[in-house]
Write a protein that binds this ligand. Sequence first.
Ligand SMILES: [Fe+2]
Length: 269
Amino acid sequence: MNSERSWDFRENQELVASHEYIQEGYIIEKADFQYLKLIKQDIERAYFEFVNIVNKETYNLENAHLSISHEKINDLRLFIMQNIYQNTSFHRNYYYSAKNIIHSLCGNELAMQKRPGLSINLPQNQNDILPIHADTWNGVSPFELNIWMPLVNCTESMCLYILKRDDYKRRLKQSKELLRLTSDELYNELCDDLTWIPIEYGQILAFDQSLPHGYSLNKEQYTHWSINCRFKGLHTPYWDKKLGEYFMPITVKNCTRLGMDYHHPENWI
Ligand SMILES: [Fe+2]
């Protein structure tokens, strides 16, 4: 082993995952299905309630565009989010469904986003486009890991797109003016270098949100559903998104708890 690695005790499996994440800017893993299933059930239940569907057998998330109009989609999104965040069971299931990859890339003493984001992109709905951006351009800490889960199979324009790390570096090197462009100009400029990431329900995408990413117009025949949530090492720096507001501590270890409560003996010399 060379001297550079002599103080790096990460296990081989973790190093392989980390290498891929660094190289590509993302990694796809299998979710722990027993927990993922509960996440999807919670979302479906809220969706059926909103659209007043009684015969649940004949409806599914992929075909949501058949029962919801473009105008109602934001109300639906807010209704579902309000519904699933009433207690922490949704968050717990989310964490456990992705625990392996979170621990590999981020650590085991963690803070978790209090209100994960829900995306519902109806076919041909211009309003569902998420303009190209990197979260770190807007005050988000680069220590965060975004765990993104599809609730339906995503192909082609239903997928999240990302500019892979090498491409981002190359394009930034080629033009220092790149980040002065508007998001539409930037998308057109980078379009040929973007990667739309195909992913199926049952898989998890862990991605680096300091790389440019977004959603283009959904040109497929099905509705896109996904949920995204940030995790970060509890003791890593916080930028605009604060602990106790945006992030909640979820796995505070015993030594941290004891350390926070520690009082030095009085009159100690
Ligand atoms: Fe983002």
